[in-house]
Design a protein. Structure first.
Lengths: 118, 108
């Protein structure tokens, strides 16, 4: 079955750009919809956005001005870039799959903690 | 944006007892509602989708019901591995997909 694994720096300085990658195994990234979701420590879940191999993307309006999600079919990976980060962006970042654009998330990656601090 | 409200925030239950968790949507989401279980240090795991369909491998003691704006997750007889935080999520109106704030099921 499809498995996802996040990777990237665990520490980012304020005002810089957070960059994470999700590696997909057990299935082709040229299918389905690929999302990023985050969870601040001790808090709930927030959907960030998705990408699809067709080039379609969709972002949470609350983050849209700072987010870019892209897909690399040659590496079977997709990526998140979040610019101008602040301490409020400190969170565990998860990547996840959904079968269609409006669908549940399954499976999820294990998550990676990103701390924004100088 | 659809706001999802879960209650209670914390539910104290003894092993073997029944647990009933609620989720309310600020507007109708039809049956486009999922439930997830999250244990400390782990990613959320899909339990229920379509408001009432169990995901692959989920035990029958987990059941979901409801439609429109009111939903319920029931765990018929709590096992030790069921103590966790549970989230509901709507996928009817997006962007954005939205989650409830979670219900923590703890040992009484």
């Amino acid at each position: 079955q499809v498995q996802l694994q996040e990777s990237g720096p665990g520490l980012v300085k304020p005002s810089e750009t957070l960059s994470l990658t999700c590696s997909v195994s057990g299935g082709s990234i040229s299918s389905y919809y690929w999302s990023w979701i985050r969870q601040p420590p001790g808090k709930g879940l927030e959907w960030i956005g998705y990408t699809h191999y067709s080039g379609s993307t969709n972002y949470n309006p609350s983050l849209k001005s700072r987010v870019t999600i892209s897909l690399d079919t040659s590496k079977n990976q997709f990526s998140l870039r979040l610019s101008s980060v602040t301490a409020a962006d400190t969170a565990v970042y998860y990547c996840a799959l959904s079968l269609t654009a409006g669908d549940r998330f399954d499976p999820w990656g294990q998550g990676t903690l990103v701390t924004v601090s100088s | 944006e659809i706001v999802m409200t879960q209650s209670p925030a914390t539910l104290s239950v003894s092993p073997g007892e029944r647990a009933t968790l609620s989720c309310r949507a600020s507007q109708t989401v039809r049956t486009n509602l999922a439930w997830y279980q999250q244990k400390p240090g782990q990613a959320p795991r899909l339990l229920i989708y379509g408001a009432s369909t169990r995901a692959t491998g989920i035990p029958a003691r987990f059941s979901g019901s409801g439609s429109g704006t009111e939903f319920t997750l029931t765990i018929s007889s709590l096992q030790s591995e069921d103590f966790a935080v549970y989230y509901c999520q709507q996928y009817n109106n997006w962007p954005p997909w939205t989650f409830g704030q979670g219900t923590k099921v703890e040992i009484k």
